[in-house]
Design a protein. Structure first.
Length: 425
């Protein structure tokens, strides 16, 4: 004969069987897959770490009435190292999920091909991923995610897209044409496929907006003497020298540009020139160059009330200013997770996805929202979108000059450029 458990005791055991996040955990574990031997990975880790420290100091994430601290589980994906295969990087992300049991993922991979591949890894597991460092390929959202939104619903991208950055570049070129009358461009890139392809997109956008391409060259990655290309630029009559390069040797390019007094404004994507110490590296010869830092807030600006606070806090914490890609986006991603968890009231994946899709949050770069392909919305108005950042090297500092909503100073032109155009007109 079965012995019945009295009602009072059965109710007690029923309570014990109900899952409780407070009873099961003492923290929220955020996995950070990042290429730590590259500046982008270091930027992302610093940004995410700063966010975690600030959130924890303010009481952590409120979940079921408890204040839970965030902990980071960092993985070096090495994905920007040409010797690290895609399978190795993906295996590392798998380990974060299956062995480390992270609750969410924030960070890389930064290499576009690996970032797209990671979407399939995430699709196999019950975990949300916020890509916040690099991976700018339009394939991520316009092709991969759009091909099967249900399959890839766990993936979100906080970082930008080359599609937007080209549009932003076009806006800057339109501004230069309107304000200064410039309309002739010489294109100089690093001789790798990514840089050449990006230059072709810029070329197309420029021509569509009335610019004349008066010359185009690519130099091998190991090049240290750019004088031949710069001489061609000078002879071409170009007013803008458009650059796209990941090579560390571009310090030599700026030194030679200054010494030769090339009468064209250097402008474009130059990874080495993003570094806050680049002024010292070039002995100030990078002056007047205009480079994209990708993310508003990585040079001093007041896009939102958080922008300058972030810049100052980052500089104080790491003894160096924010560099560029990943610094602000990874910082924001951790706050986006906190916001979504607290609104959802759970870490359950489907609920968290729904909460992230409804994100409407003021952040360093503007207003964070996601579109139908889980890409953060970029634009020129910080009240409706997150902003990029073009900065000019002026007197040892990176001064934000574009977009206008983020601008802290006006463009300055090299004095020899002005003299040259007066002489030749």
């Amino acid at each position: 004969m079965k012995q019945l458990i009295p009602f009072g005791w059965s109710f007690f055991f029923l309570l014990l069987s109900i899952p409780s996040y407070g009873a099961e955990r003492d923290s929220i574990l955020v996995g950070c897959p990042l290429p730590l031997d590259a500046s982008y990975g270091q930027n992302g880790l610093r940004g995410a770490t700063l966010a975690v420290e600030q959130i924890n100091a303010a009481g952590g994430v409120v979940l079921n009435g408890l204040h839970l601290p965030i902990k980071l589980e960092v993985l070096d994906t090495g994905d920007l190292d040409p010797n690290v295969s895609e399978s190795e990087a993906m295996a590392g992300i798998e380990r974060l999920i299956t062995e480390k049991k992270v609750d969410v993922l924030v960070g890389g991979p930064a290499r576009s091909e690996y970032g797209v591949a990671a979407m399939d890894v995430i699709a196999r597991h019950d975990v949300v991923h916020l890509a916040a460092v690099g991976c700018y390929t339009p394939t991520w959202d316009m092709k991969k995610f759009a091909s099967d939104p249900k399959k890839y619903r766990r993936s979100f991208r906080m970082s930008g897209s080359i599609a937007w950055y080209i549009d932003e570049t076009k806006g800057l070129l339109v501004h230069l044409k309107k304000e200064y009358g410039y309309k002739k461009m010489f294109i100089l890139t690093q001789d790798v496929l990514m840089c050449r392809d990006a230059a072709e997109l810029v070329k197309k956008a420029a021509v569509e907006n009335g610019w004349e391409i008066v010359g185009q060259e690519s130099n091998p990655t190991e090049t240290t003497d750019f004088s031949a290309s710069l001489t061609k630029c000078k002879r071409s009559g170009a007013q803008v020298l458009f650059l796209w390069s990941y090579s560390p040797n571009t310090a030599f390019l700026f030194e030679q540009w200054r010494t030769m007094e090339i009468p064209a404004l250097p402008l474009g994507f130059v990874e080495a020139a993003e570094d806050p110490d680049f002024w010292n590296t070039t002995n100030g010869k990078c002056a007047y160059s205009v480079i994209t830092l990708s993310e508003a807030g990585t040079s001093p600006s007041d896009v939102t009330p958080l922008s300058r606070k972030f810049y100052q806090a980052y500089e104080k914490r790491w003894k160096t200013p924010p560099r560029s890609t990943g610094s602000a986006a990874a910082y924001e991603a951790v706050f986006a997770i906190k916001d979504a968890v607290e609104r959802a009231g759970t870490l359950e994946t489907d609920s968290l996805i729904e909460a992230l899709e409804q994100t409407d949050l003021q952040v360093v770069r503007g207003r964070l929202r996601f579109d139908q392909n889980h890409q953060s919305v970029f634009g020129y108005d910080p009240n409706t979108a997150v902003l990029g950042n073009w900065a000019q090297w002026q007197d040892g500092q990176r001064v934000t000059v574009w977009p206008l909503a983020a601008r802290t100073g006006k463009l300055k032109m090299p004095p020899w450029l002005q003299w040259w155009w007066l002489k030749t007109r």
